[in-house]
Write a protein that binds this ligand. Structure first.
Ligand code: ADP
Length: 163
């Protein structure tokens, strides 16, 4: 498995599935979630409404509609509350459970955003360490995992910690 990092917009990625950093309602929000819903189009929300939400740390899959990807895996990162509320285990679960769905669907390539590091306030370096360690330790049957970083600070952090 190849692990790589790029700076860019996750909605443009030509991979089998992109991961959405959603909230428990799965009904859209700000940040990367809003960008994915805008780019995928309104049919995504219709499918999300049938899913009944998603607990923090878990993941659910939908179609990708107008996106170049085939699927969107929606996962819900923890809101940072200082570190004493199982945030690390929940964040690790987001990566692990997303990779498990991708393996089940026999997908070859998957792109992740920096889950929880925006509106949800997870400290970037800690979140990046968890993202990398969880992906490295996961049993993903596919070929490629790409970390898509929206800003330069996130990309630099991923690059440094992957090296
Ligand atoms: P959370 O609520 O899980 O913190 P956010 O969407 O607020 O989710 O932020 C998660 C990360 O996604 C942040 O690094 C943010 O800059 C980034 N992000 C925002 N829009 C996009 C996008 N279109 N593509 C990739 N990453 C994005």
């Amino acid at each position: 498995m190849i692990i790589e990092t790029v700076q860019g917009d996750i909605t443009h990625q030509q991979v089998d599935a992109i991961v959405n950093a959603a909230n428990e309602s799965l009904l859209g929000g700000g940040g990367v979630d809003g960008a994915i819903h805008r780019a995928a189009g309104p049919d995504l929300l219709l499918e999300c409404r049938t899913l009944g939400g998603c607990p923090t740390g878990a993941a659910k899959v939908t179609g990708a509609y107008r996106l170049p990807a085939k699927y969107i895996i929606h996962t819900v990162g923890p809101i940072w509350q200082g570190g004493g509320h199982s945030e690390a285990e929940l964040l690790s679960g987001c990566y692990r459970n997303s990779l498990a769905i991708a393996s089940e669907l026999q997908l070859q390539s998957l792109a992740f955003p920096a889950i929880s590091t925006g509106i949800f306030g997870y400290p970037l370096v800690e979140a990046t360490k968890i993202a990398i360690a969880t992906v490295k330790n996961a049993q993903f049957s596919g070929e490629l995992v790409r970390f898509v970083c929206f800003d330069a600070e996130t990309e630099n952090t991923y690059r440094r910690l992957l090296a």
